[in-house]
Design a protein around this ligand. Structure first.
Ligand code: TRP
Length: 466
């Protein structure tokens, strides 16, 4: 596919693929947890600002770099400007690799919950938190054991991904998306109505709409920035590959705005479901880890709605597909790069890559509860610290690699390839880009300076990692 530079078969095909890549676990599993940690409304507001001012222009930029260069993530920088910038592509590919290691495991958890609600819903209802921890190898009275349930389901999830990629049935998946994505959206709206009308949900709602200056720190801003990029699949140079498949007649601006809007809508709705549900069913301080929100807190919602079990199975099934489409596009882009760059054979590359990522992911899952595996982190306040391996992994990608890659894209396009070239590429379809002046200033000065400042200050003022 890479060599012949395939093209999207239709406009809808591209939108679905890009939206399918963007909408995933980041929206429903990560966003609510981050919003909760980041002070609710404070975080949501900053997040929206990040999407509008940095997310949209960067997505537009990555797509135009891809379409102009007709090359892969590393090759694009080489081709359009200078090989000194191919590190940007490398950071992107390695970032995608690290993300997929744990993404595939969380995808496995989703599968676990599809099966769980189908066959043992009463057990989940009886002790939502206990059920979640048991999956992660954490028993009663603090006993820990190997998280074989989580690992087993993650293996199945990874296998699904590999099979789809090797057999090349992405078409089928995309066609499924056509129904699956709207269906996911409808279910989310139904859950939203149920969650916000639960007794006790008001506190959660208030938390989500109130702005608290004291919660505003560089940490929060960096977390929102990283989350916005993560959720939009930016900062991994993957959209470069996507853009390279786009015909010149396509309106990049319209597509970008559409994808960003859909992705953000899903994330915000998920936040407005899960956080009120946490307040209503668990109490705000019962779940220490944001990561468990999408799994633990929803039990109370499903339990208190007619046909809850059916909704639960459907919800996790659709989330599973959303996760699958994201994960496939992550793996696909790494495979595409490896096969093109090193001339490796596609099938073997996929198998080995999946296996290695799955194994590294096991360390992520084990460090959630069962084993005290540590990672390493550095900031100016605490110096070198050793946070849980799983936290360190997410920090590495969300707060370092993704912003760094995005920064590289800004500097490259702003100063080497030049914003005018990007604008020319954007205008290839014959429609004038009305906001080009704003775009040029953003990409050249504001975005790189802002990203760099946020990165440095947050490392200098210390992280919240324990
Ligand atoms: N955006 C995806 C999500 O929200 C995850 C993701 C991050 C991703 N970077 C990506 C997916 C790059 C595909 C390509 O779940």
């Amino acid at each position: 596919m890479e060599n012949s530079r395939a093209q999207w078969s239709s406009k809808l095909g591209f939108i679905l693929a890009a939206a399918g890549s963007a909408i995933g676990l980041g929206n429903i599993w990560k966003f609510p947890g981050r919003a909760f940690e980041g002070g609710g409304g404070t975080f949501v507001l900053i997040y929206l600002l990040m999407v509008i001012f940095f997310g949209v222009p960067l997505m537009l930029t990555e797509l135009s770099v891809g379409r102009a260069s007709q090359a892969n993530v590393v090759g694009a920088f080489h081709k359009l400007g200078h090989r000194n910038y191919s590190w940007v592509g490398w950071v992107g590919v390695v970032g995608a690799f690290v993300i997929t290691c744990y993404y595939s495991h969380v995808g496995g958890w989703v599968l676990r919950y599809v099966v769980g609600y189908a066959f043992e819903a009463p057990e989940i209802y009886a002790d939502p938190l206990g059920y979640f921890y048991a999956m992660l190898g954490y028993g009663a009275q603090g006993a820990t054991f190997f998280p074989w349930i989580a690992v087993l389901f993650a293996a199945v999830f990874m296998l699904l991904n590999a099979v789809v990629i090797i057999r090349g049935v992405e078409d089928g998946i995309e066609r499924f998306n056509k129904i699956g994505m709207p269906a996911l959206f409808i279910i989310l709206v139904i859950l939203l109505v149920r969650a916000v009308t639960l007794p006790g949900a008001e506190d959660g709602l208030r938390y989500l709409v109130s702005f608290d200056w004291s919660k505003l720190s560089f940490q929060t801003v960096l977390s929102a920035l990283g989350q916005a990029f993560y959720s939009l699949s930016i900062g991994m140079a993957i959209l470069i590959t996507y853009g390279s498949y786009l015909p010149r007649s396509e309106n990049l601006v319209k597509n970008t705005v559409l994808i960003c809007t859909m992705d953000t809508l899903v994330a915000v709705i998920a936040g407005f479901i899960i956080i009120p549900a946490v307040f209503a069913t668990l109490g705000p301080d019962q779940v220490g880890k944001g990561g468990g929100f999408a799994f633990v807190s929803l039990a109370g919602v499903f339990e208190q709605m007619p046909g809850g079990r059916l909704f639960a199975v459907l919800f996790y099934l659709l989330l599973l597909f959303a996760a699958l489409t994201s994960c496939i596009s992550l793996i696909e882009s790494i495979v595409a790069f490896l096969t093109e760059h090193f001339n490796w054979e596609r099938k073997r590359t996929t198998i080995w890559l999946s296996l290695v990522m799955f194994l590294i992911g096991c360390l992520y899952t084990c460090s959630q509860a069962a084993y005290p595996l540590k990672g390493i982190w550095f900031d100016a306040v605490k110096g070198v610290s050793f946070p849980a391996f799983c936290d360190a992994m997410e920090f590495l990608t969300d707060r370092l690699m993704i912003p760094a890659c995005a920064l590289g894209v800004c500097i490259f396009v702003g100063w080497v390839w030049k914003p005018e070239s990007a604008v020319a590429e954007i205008e290839q379809n014959g429609v004038r880009f009305g906001l080009k002046k704003v775009y040029e200033i953003l990409i050249k000065y504001i975005a790189p300076l802002a990203i760099l400042t946020i990165l440095i200050l947050s490392l200098a003022t210390g992280t919240t990692l324990s």
